[in-house]
Design a protein around this ligand. Structure first.
Ligand code: NAP
Length: 247
């Protein structure tokens, strides 16, 4: 059974990815930062439908946590075939001239450093260069990388710009080592992340500005992620797939 680690798998898009990956035959490591109850719910759902999963705590922006998380996956599954670099945070709406250094550092630490550290540990296990059998990485970007997050969270948007560039560079670096690296760039998706920016209803409120007239669902993003994980995407390398209702 192939194994996938989904960072930030306890809620929102990550939880939808965990459920669909389990239905597609993966054993799933469901990472969470603090909401253990949510992670356990995802694991229980997967268990109940006959799949295999476990919850693993860890802050992706802390190197020791990332090392421990991958060791837990090694111990539990004995293999790693895929990583979904999904964990990500926003902060309260602010202009750049109002942002503290601590705020910007936190966003970049979790969204960028976290993705790099997890990719590094996954590559050590998957690359044929290190004796692995290959694998797949899917990074979670955002349409904000293209739009800039003006007046909302330019720091967050810039962190996702870094994810896009990392996806391109890393995909070429490991392409001959059996590893595919791609990104999904969601538009406005109805999850709890918007409450963290101070507006829980943001996704529904801006529906009119989205060409298709509605926000997306976590499941619609999971469909793209799990397709990129699959062999059906065997020639997709370094792609950044917009799943954004035309935005
Ligand atoms: P969400 O509902 O707020 O869920 C965030 C998830 O990330 C939770 O599972 C959370 O764990 C986890 N997490 C937060 N900080 C973490 C850390 N330091 N280490 C490990 N896990 C951490 O968010 P979402 O909307 O599903 O977003 C998921 C990804 O999609 C993010 O990268 C986000 O930037 C991206 N995205 C979202 C949208 C959107 O409109 N929703 C649009 C574009 C891109 P706990 O449950 O323990 O808190």
């Amino acid at each position: 059974m192939k194994a996938v680690l989904v960072t930030g798998g306890s809620r929102g898009i990550g939880a939808a990815v965990c459920r669909l990956a389990a239905r597609s035959g993966y054993a799933v490591a469901v990472n969470f930062a603090s909401n253990e109850e949510a992670a356990r719910r995802v694991v229980a759902e997967i268990d109940a439908s006959g799949g295999e999963a476990f919850a693993v705590k860890g802050d992706v922006g802390t190197e020791a946590d990332v090392m421990a998380m991958f060791e837990a996956v090694d111990k539990r599954f004995g293999r790693l075939d895929a990583l979904v670099n999904n964990a990500g945070v926003v902060d309260l709406v602010a202009r750049v001239d109002e942002m503290s250094a601590e705020r910007i550092e936190r966003i970049l630490r979790i969204n960028v450093l976290g993705a790099f550290l997890c990719a590094r540990e996954a590559i050590k296990r998957m690359s044929t260069r290190h004796g692995g059998r290959g694998g797949v990485i899917v990074n979670m970007s955002s349409a904000a990388a293209r739009l800039g997050g003006v007046g909302l969270y330019v720091d967050y948007a810039a962190s996702k710009g870094a994810i896009d560039t990392m996806t391109i560079g890393l995909s070429r670096e490991v392409a001959r080592e059996g590893i595919r690296v791609n990104a999904v760039r969601p538009g406005m998706i109805d999850t709890e992340i918007h409450a963290d920016s101070g507006d829980p209803d943001r996704a529904r409120k801006i529906a009119d500005t989205i060409p298709v007239g509605r926000p997306g669902t976590a499941e619609e993003i999971a469909n793209a992620v799990v397709w990129l994980l699959s062999d059906e995407a065997s020639y997709v390398q370094g792609a950044i797939l917009d799943v954004s209702g035309g935005r």
